[in-house]
Write a protein that binds this ligand. Structure first.
Ligand code: NAD
Length: 250
């Protein structure tokens, strides 16, 4: 399939996990990738993997929580490719802990990267997406749909991502711009290892059994992003939350 031939895709969180897998999938389908992240080594690896596979990609260090960094990244993407057809916001961070232990600093870090960063990227790209009749895919989480124990800040940030995406979908639908979220369940990435669950939690709150009884892998999310972002398969999908969790919230 080459659903992204001649399409320019701006993607955040491209250094690892879901973002790296999604960048590679979209490039393998003909997309021209402009990859953003704060981790240079991972970014270089993702670009090298895409180029080794015969794809086209460029990369830039960008902190999505910094508006000047976001503006510079969008400008650089336009200088390289001249347009933006698809924006995929994957960058995110997590720290799980008892609600009373979430400090101001942790709260603001999760909100500013996960939510405000997504907002900055969408706001700066919307004029370009309106011109190209493009679309946005924001990576939210099943924590936006049902309570995640020890995830008060992370869940709030992802609930915000889902809400802002629906708002864009209805505001920009008639202008030809679609906007959707993909909500992963438990996917095996660094984030699973870095979530930092404390030792003294109530483990009875944790098991939320997947119907498939297994973790997902980043490629499971990448395939769904490709489907919804493509005009071929996703053109009638907007304002929705695509849950990819092996049936966990069912
Ligand atoms: N892994 C899961 O189980 C899971 C479940 C639901 C949702 N998600 C979401 O999927 C997305 C990707 O997570 P992942 O599991 O691949 O984790 P990951 O840690 O492998 O990837 C996150 C990426 O975001 C980048 N990043 C962090 N802060 C940034 C910033 N300020 N600016 C730009 N880039 C930044 C990191 O460097 C990293 O490359 C996140 O938004 C996460 O919340 C993951």
């Amino acid at each position: 399939m080459n659903r992204f031939n001649d399409k320019v895709i701006l993607l955040t969180g491209a250094s690892a996990g879901i973002g790296a897998a999604t960048a590679k999938r979209l490039a393998a389908e003909g997309g021209q990738l402009f990859c953003l992240d704060v981790v240079e080594e991972g970014l270089n690896q993702t670009v090298a993997d895409i180029k080794n596979g015969g794809g086209k990609a460029e990369a830039l260090i960008c902190d999505v929580s910094n508006v000047d960094s976001v503006k510079a990244a969008v400008t650089a993407c336009l200088e390289s490719y001249g347009r933006i057809d698809v924006l995929v916001n994957v960058a995110g961070v997590i720290k799980l802990d008892h609600a009373v232990n979430i400090t101001d600093e942790l709260w603001h870090r999760m909100i500013s990267i996960n939510l405000t960063g997504t907002f900055y990227m969408c706001r700066e790209c919307l004029p370009q997406l309106e011109a190209s009749k493009g679309n946005i895919v924001n990576i939210s989480s099943t924590s936006a749909i049902r309570g995640l124990p020890y995830g008060i800040a992370y869940g709030a940030s992802k609930g915000g991502v889902s809400a802002l995406t629906k708002s864009i979908a209805v505001e920009y639908g008639k202008k030809g711009v679609r906007a959707n979220t993909v909500c992963p369940g438990s996917i095996l990435t660094n984030m699973q290892k870095d979530s930092g669950l404390p030792d003294d939690i109530d483990w009875n709150l944790i098991p939320r059994i997947s119907a498939l009884d297994e973790f997902g892998v980043p490629e499971d999310i990448a395939g769904v992003v490709a489907m919804v972002a493509s005009e071929q398969d996703g053109k009638h999908i907007t304002g929705t939350e695509l849950i990819v969790d092996g049936g966990t919230v069912a």
